[in-house]
Design a protein around this ligand. Structure first.
Ligand code: CA
Length: 221
């Protein structure tokens, strides 16, 4: 899942980026509002983490513009502690949740998981398709309760497909979600990755819809 991180405090941004990447997310970072507005309007993000106090264009204006332009990805805003009217304005402008600074990274990750879950229409944190379960809190995938070791990139693939279970996901969409903007993408990288995951999770867990993309079946209810 690809996340847009908008934060002009370089130290905080570097810390956030590494925590998010360790948690399996692909991160694009920008430090100013104009660039954030542009990127959020053109790149397919699963969610954004948006600081409100930004150079060139403030976070609230960025958020209002995204929403006015029909961008629906969930947004977690970072606000100054005690500034309750900023939080109210942010939520009214279309933010899905907020976190006052300073915060614990664990809380940020939990809130991010929650907004991603709601955006995908899931009620529970653990995903389950056939015999395969995925717990994003522990980044763990298991078959019938037995953990399977996946590389970070394999985990990202499984997580994205299971979050969108029941829908065909194109190769281009997977490439966009699994690699950061500046990454050199090998043309057959996704096929190779799919092959590796099939060897670990069973040949029919991910199905190919030739000419359209890949699908994992509906989640167990
Ligand atoms: Ca700031």
């Amino acid at each position: 899942m690809r996340i847009l991180l908008v934060e002009d405090d370089e130290r905080l941004a570097a810390g956030l980026r590494s925590v998010l990447e360790d948690a399996g997310y692909v991160v694009d970072h920008t430090a100013d509002g104009e660039t954030a507005w542009f990127q959020g309007g053109t790149e397919p993000y699963s969610a954004a983490i948006l600081d409100l106090g930004l150079p060139t264009l403030d976070g609230l204006t960025v958020l209002k513009r995204w929403r006015a332009e029909g961008r629906t990805f969930p947004v977690l805003i970072l606000t100054a502690r005690g500034n309750w009217n900023e939080r109210v304005e942010g939520i009214d402008a279309g933010a899905d949740d907020y976190l006052p600074k300073p915060f614990q990274m664990e809380e940020l990750l939990a809130r991010l998981r929650a907004i991603l879950r709601r955006a995908a229409g899931q009620a529970t944190p653990v995903l389950s398709v056939g015999q395969v379960t995925l717990d994003p809190r522990q980044m763990r995938v298991s078959i019938e309760g037995v953990p399977v070791h996946l590389s970070p990139q394999e985990y990202r693939l499984v997580s994205y497909l299971m979050t969108h279970a029941g829908r065909v996901v194109s190769q281009q969409e997977l490439t966009e979600q699994l690699y950061a903007q500046d990454f050199e993408r090998e043309s057959n990288a996704i096929e190779v990755l799919i092959g590796r995951v099939r060897r670990k999770l069973g040949g029919d867990f991910i199905q190919t819809r030739r000419g359209f993309g890949y699908i994992v079946e509906q989640p167990n209810s």
